[in-house]
Design a protein around this ligand. Sequence first.
Ligand code: KG4
Ligand code: ZN
Length: 346
Amino acid sequence: MIVLGVESSCDETGFALYDTERGLLSHALHSQVAMHEEYGGVVPELASRDHIRRAIPLLDEVLKRADLPASNIDAIAYTQGPGLAGALLVGSSVACSLALALDKPVLGVHHLEGHLLSPLLASERPEFPFLALLVSGGHTQLMRVDGVGSYTLLGETLDDAAGEAFDKSAKLLGLGYPGGPAISRLAEFGDPTAYTLPRPMLHSKDFNFSFSGLKTAVLTVVKNHEEKVVANICEQDKANIARGFVDAIVDVLTAKCVNAMKHTGLKRLVIAGGVGANKQLRESLNAAAARRKFKVYYPELEFCTDNGAMIAFAGAMRLERNPALAQRDYAFTVRPRWPLDELEAA
Ligand code: KG4
Ligand code: ZN
């Protein structure tokens, strides 16, 4: 079965073709980062308009790369939510109208399920069950995963998501959008002893997180700095602050994963979502895994952030398990807010 995946929930337009027999056939992505950069964050209306411009050329591109005619597609999976309503509507309407034209079934996919299952696209695939740390721009959750659609939430952030904390702290340091990769690169040159920032909820007995205090701590350090304004702070000191921030957030994420692994007795940990691309987080989790004798799995770097491949794959996994999900009802709806634990097991 060949599934076309369509992703448009935020600022990336992604298309991909996944074959349940041969694996990923092709994928293509357009990131809007450069367009939103000058506004310091995603502008929803601009995002929707750009998805419209990119969708059909990207579709042509994945078909060309896979050397397939559109008629070979067996089903179309699209991100139905959560995400920006206007952006979701573009991908959903493209997917449903294409499916109608080709007389193929469609399936709405949960964006976070796409992220959660994305490590299964890698050459070394984790088996179920596993613990998943989902760390994206909008979500930070620890989840027990027993199978496709079988997700038990163990804990989540009470305020900012990890990616949001990266982005906001980076902004406070005068770095561009999205700030995650930039603050992480800068932190590499920082002195780890210069600033020790708070590690919120590190010792709480639950699996919840809180990152807004950490962002405020970065703000306080900048304000209390003798230069007062971030633009006047020297590069080395900015790197030191970045290092203080990255060390704090990585410590909390690692400690919560280790505690949840102990609590559940699971032996496999899966990291999903954009922050999963973070180098320092990967190093820290790998070290913890070696000490505690569990195994960590990551998506390929290109599939950590939003992409069409994870949507094609999640759709294919669901359709393979339950062919009745293949609907020819093209009257689509989007679900900008959609809790992951509302999903039914496949
Ligand atoms: O999963 P994703 O592409 O989109 C959402 O579904 O939210 O995640 C985007 C988030 C952004 O906050 C971005 O700053 C962060 O992932 N991110 C990183 C890195 N790469 C992306 N954060 C830290 N280090 C990175 N290397
Ligand atoms: Zn995402």
